[in-house]
Design a protein around this ligand. Structure first.
Ligand code: SME
Length: 168
């Protein structure tokens, strides 16, 4: 398939229980979802929709670096704060440190920015292009300890593919 052209690839995986298998199946379809379209907002929006559909995350979205701050980009979930400064919250910390941050319990993360009181754990993966952070992928769960090593590994791969496809 040459990109996503109005056909309906389903990212639902009702029969797949194992999370690693889900990520592997996701990645097999993801490459064709993001090829052939260069408009960032559209591709990031479809990425959020696909992740939400495949994994049922409570909140999944991107914050993008604009004029020296993180600004809310495409997302799926409830309304969220617009701007996050470098070093602030989980997102701003992932930006400042240029690394993924896994937060098993948001109440234990100093400076966590609560966009929803239902959010209990979180993972933030920076989107890095030529050593520069251009945005972050932020995923929230309404369960404690929702994210582990496999989430980090595969979400970093997904974000790396986005960086390569959209920014390089
Ligand atoms: N919790 C994030 C803010 C964004 S919302 O979760 C959507 C943070 O601490 O950076």
């Amino acid at each position: 398939m040459k990109g996503f052209n109005g056909m309906e690839p389903s990212f639902k995986q009702e029969n797949v229980i194992d999370k690693e298998e889900r990520y592997k199946a996701f990645l097999r379809q993801f490459a064709s979802l993001i090829e052939g379209e260069t408009y960032k907002i559209s591709v990031l929006a479809n990425t959020c929709a696909a992740l939400k559909e495949a994994f049922g995350f409570f909140w999944v979205g991107f914050y993008l670096v604009e004029d020296g701050t993180l600004v809310l980009g495409p997302f799926q979930g409830s309304v969220a704060c617009y701007r996050i400064r470098k070093g602030k919250g989980v997102c701003g910390t992932a930006w400042a440190e240029k690394q993924t941050i896994v937060v098993p319990d948001v109440e234990l993360f100093p400076g966590h920015i609560a966009c929803s009181s239902l959010s209990r754990s979180e993972i933030v993966v920076p989107l890095v292009v030529n050593g520069e952070v251009r945005g972050v992928l932020d995923i929230d769960s309404d369960q404690l300890n929702a994210f582990e090593g496999n989430d980090q590994k595969y979400l970093e791969e997904i974000v790396r593919l986005l960086a390569e496809t959209l920014y390089e």
